[in-house]
Design a protein around this ligand. Structure first.
Ligand code: AP5
Length: 236
């Protein structure tokens, strides 16, 4: 099963991809996480990406395409993956298709998380992230058991640098402005699905699950999309 989770900042892509990783063992490939790690490690990539990220702009396609291509070639992606936050542009979507095709693979579907901007603002303002393992919480919707501490490793929780009010608004604007052509690309060949991301976490998870066969079933059949509980996106 090869899926993309697409949607604006704060839509819950990472939360859902994390659930699929934990419960189905699918690699969760988040370009934002990979880029933040590169910035922390002060690699060449991190140095080139940091200013774009600080402003809430997209990092140039060529930089992101390369790290995704390398990650998808790793052995754990052989049975499927969830890409979280990639592609975000039409060019990235085309590069992904070409890269998968050259390895005899194909993207099954892109799930578009739909959600209003005022909900996004509330989610991102209340998001807290573990400073050690990256586990994501929300002060109201997904609070840790002990305030300010990660349930997994007890490390302190922090706000992401790009979760200040001005940068959040800019990031949402960038998504609304630049992602449309990518969405139309997947809609045109019927690979676009959409989920109402304003509902509770478990409900969204169950809806997306309708598309995903259990790992033991996938051993016996080619991965395919099952249109259960989630609707193909209507034409605009
Ligand atoms: P990235 O890290 O990918 O950020 P993003 O796309 O802005 O998405 P977020 O991680 O902010 O949100 P999310 O949808 O994962 O929501 P989450 O699950 O955390 O990218 C950062 C930067 O890297 C970009 O700005 C760009 O510069 C660069 N970059 C990355 N990819 C790139 C690419 N392909 N091309 C170019 N540049 C790229 O949830 C948010 C909060 O809501 C959490 O607190 C969570 O607990 C809560 N929550 C989640 N679901 C629910 C729910 N159903 N109900 C209530 N609360 C919920």
């Amino acid at each position: 099963m090869n899926f993309v989770f697409a949607g604006p900042p704060g839509a819950g892509k990472g939360t859902q991809a994390g659930l699929f990783h934990a419960r189905h063992g699918l690699p969760h490939i988040c370009t934002g996480d990979m880029l933040r790690q590169a910035v922390r490690d002060a690699t060449g990539l991190g140095k080139r990406a940091s200013e774009y990220m600080r402003r809430g702009d997209l990092v140039p396609d060529a930089l992101v395409d390369e790290i995704v291509r390398a990650r998808l070639a790793e052995p754990d992606c052989g049975d499927g993956f969830i890409l979280d936050g990639y592609p975000r542009t039409l060019e990235q979507a085309r590069v992904l298709d070409a890269s998968l095709a050259s390895a005899g693979r194909r993207l099954d579907a892109a799930v578009l998380f739909t959600i209003r901007d005022d909900v996004l603002l509330t989610r991102l303002a209340g998001r807290r992230v573990c400073s050690r393992c990256g586990m994501t919480y929300h002060v109201e919707y997904r609070p840790p058991r002990a305030a300010g501490r990660c349930d997994v490793d007890g490390a302190p929780l922090a706000q992401r640098k790009d979760d200040d009010a001005d940068t959040i608004r800019h990031r949402i604007g960038v998504f609304r402005e630049l992602t449309g052509p990518m969405v139309e690309y997947y809609r045109a060949d019927r690979r676009l699905l959409q989920a109402n991301a304003e509902r509770p976490i478990q409900q969204i998870y169950e809806e997306i699950c309708g598309f995903i066969e259990a790992p033991e079933q996938r051993q016996h059949s080619r991965a395919r999309v099952r249109p259960i509980g989630i609707r193909p996106a209507p034409a605009v």
